[in-house]
Structure formats: structure tokens, C-alpha cells
Design a protein around this ligand. Structure first.
Ligand code: PRP
Length: 212
């Protein structure tokens, strides 16, 4: 039986292909540099279809069964909570989800309970829940990228965003105030595929675990 794997475009793609290659998948050479969205590959005797899609869309394809499984950052799973299995935490895409602010704001400490702040982020649900647990009302300003810019131009007081090396924060005079979650990439599986394509899914799970 063939399987379909959803892969995230962007900074995780190279590492995701590396992990799958280690698990025995013969990855097409030119996949990384092409605009093509669908590819044929092979895992032992099993024909594999690879979909190359926006990272934020991987879980949607897997949840709805358009892909049997995929690789996606834990940040997106925490934010969107798709109904998928997350059997394996991979050793790629390691970073953390943080609250950050300009130095002079951070110096005063996190906002006290009962206050209201403006938070720029791609992670509206995570941010509002994290601040709500501290009694702080977060007005979420939803941005799609360059989040660090928001507090520098008065659009927000703080940001909630991924930090990997910290270079983007430093380059923009921001400091980390708190870590919300440690992030890495997850291998996710559609629950129906886990049952109906059991042998291939288990083989892939074992190989992905072994390559950690
Ligand atoms: C991500 C993230 C931070 C940056 C963190 O952005 O949103 O801006 O990387 O990495 P660092 O700690 O190593 O500097 P990305 O480069 O994916 O672009 P974006 O701003 O368009 O989201």
C-alpha cells in the first residue's frame, strides 16, 4: 500500500529530508530546489508520495487524511491542536517559544495580574492562554513574520515568537523574558492511516526512533 508524507517548506525541509533519508527513504535529488509540490519516492518496496507544503498547513493535510503522515514543528501543534497522533519527537527543528520585549520593558519584569498588554505573534492562542494564566489580558496582534519589529515601532508591548540562536532578538534590542515551551519537530500521523497502513507506519516509526 502506498503512503503520502507531508513535508514542511522552509527552514525545516532540509533536516526533515535528512531524517527521512536516514529512515531509508530515497529522496529525489532536485526536490529541495524545485517549485514542484508533489514527488514520487520509495521506502523499500512501498511507493511514497511526498507533498511539499507550507509548514503551517502540514497538520491540516494530515488531520484530513490528504497525507498519511508528516513532519511539523511542535509550535504549530500547540497552537492549532489538530487531531493527529504525535508518536515521535524528532531531533530536528530545536528551538523555544518565548516571550520577549525591549530591554527597558523587560527590566520592569513581566506584567502584573490585572493588567492588559499588546502582544504581537503568530501564536495567538498560546500567547493569550499563557498570559491569561497569569491574570494578564493579552490583546493579540496577529502577524505573519518579522514579529520582532512590532515593539520597535509601537505596534505591541511584547512578542511571543520562536527563538533559536537569539540572533534576531539581539539584532533588534529585544530580550527573552520567559520560555513558554521547548520546541522540536514531530512526526505526526493521521489516526485512520495509523490503523489501515499499520505495517508501513510502524516500520517508519521504528526507523525514525532508531535514527534519533
Ligand atoms: C524565525 C522566528 C524568529 C527567528 C529566530 O523567523 O520567527 O524571527 O527565526 O531565530 P534566531 O533566534 O536564530 O534569530 P524566520 O526566520 O522563520 O522568519 P519570519 O520572521 O518571517 O517568521
Amino acid at each position: 500500500m502506498n503512503i503520502t508524507i507531508a513535508l514542511p517548506k522552509g527552514r525545516l525541509l532540509d533536516d526533515a529530508l535528512g531524517v527521512l533519508a536516514q529512515a531509508g527513504l530515497a529522496v529525489p535529488e532536485d526536490l529541495r530546489h524545485s517549485r514542484r509540490l508533489i514527488w514520487q519516492a520509495q521506502l523499500d518496496e512501498v511507493p511514497v508520495r511526498l507533498l511539499v507544503i507550507r509548514a503551517a498547513d502540514v497538520a491540516t493535510f494530515v488531520e484530513r487524511g490528504a497525507a498519511d503522515c508528516g513532519i511539523v514543528g511542535r509550535d504549530l501543534l500547540l497552537e492549532h491542536r489538530p487531531r493527529v497522533y504525535e508518536p515521535i519527537s524528532l531531533a530536528i527543528g530545536r528551538c523555544r517559544l518565548c516571550v520577549a520585549a525591549p530591554e527597558e520593558v523587560a527590566r520592569r519584569g513581566l506584567p502584573p495580574a490585572g493588567t492588559r498588554i499588546r502582544v504581537a505573534t503568530k501564536y495567538g492562542r498560546i500567547a493569550s492562554e499563557w498570559f491569561a494564566r497569569r491574570g494578564v489580558l493579552a490583546d493579540v496582534i496577529h502577524l505573519y513574520g518579522s514579529i520582532e519589529l512590532a515593539p520597535l515601532v509601537g505596534l505591541a508591548d511584547r512578542i511571543v515568537d520562536l527563538v533559536e540562536t537569539g540572533a534576531t532578538l539581539r539584532a533588534n534590542g529585544l530580550v527573552e523574558e520567559a520560555t513558554i515551551a521547548e520546541i522540536s519537530a514531530r512526526w505526526i500521523v493521521n489516526p485512520a492511516s495509523w490503523a489501515t497502513k499499520r505495517s508501513t507506519m510502524h516500520m517508519l516509526a521504528e526507523r525514525l526512533s532508531a535514527s534519533l
